[in-house]
Design a protein around this ligand. Structure first.
Ligand code: CA2
Length: 146
């Protein structure tokens, strides 16, 4: 499939714990179950999606740098790096492909430190607070950018 029809979905640190801890904030689905839902929607939308997770900032930066070779858009839940990572923001800007920032919880309804996103200014837009549905909305938004 041409790179224009491929979307890279990236998950940041601790999202591998989804469904195992703090279900009141992040829900009961595991990352694996969320990935299956994303793949089902991708099929419906006629796009190819690759989903990756890393707890490492450097690995995420590397994947973002390489993304334009293979992908037409990125959906990213940078998790805690949202609020700390100039490196991820710079990598998104450098990659130059449309990037949609997603969050399961509403980052504006929680602790003060979660209200600032370093990534937001480099993204086309941000989807926050719709639970797992944030990924589905994010994928639709990314596909609309292809
Ligand atoms: O709401 C989101 O999607 C977040 O990106 C999740 C991050 C948090 O740091 C952001 O402020 C908002 C945390 C991901 C950690 O996920 C866990 C899941 C289950 C148990 C513990 C952590």
């Amino acid at each position: 499939m041409a790179k224009k029809k491929k979307v890279l979905v990236l998950n940041g640190p601790n999202l591998n714990l989804l469904g195992k801890r703090q279900p009141e904030i992040y829900g009961r689905l595991t990352l694996e179950q969320i990935n299956r839902r994303i793949q089902a929607l991708a099929k419906e939308l006629g796009v190819e999606v690759e989903v990756r997770h890393s707890n490492s900032e450097g690995e995420l930066v590397g994947w973002i740098q390489d993304a334009p070779k293979q992908f037409g858009a990125i959906v990213i839940n940078p998790a805690a790096y949202t609020h700390s990572s100039v490196a991820i923001r710079d990598a998104i800007t450098a990659a130059g492909i449309p990037t949609v920032e997603v969050h399961i919880s509403n980052i504006y309804k929680r602790e003060e430190f979660r209200r600032y996103s370093y990534v937001a200014a480099a993204a086309v837009g941000q989807i926050t607070g719709f639970g797992v549905e944030s990924y589905m909305l994010g994928l639709r938004a990314a596909v609309a950018q292809l």
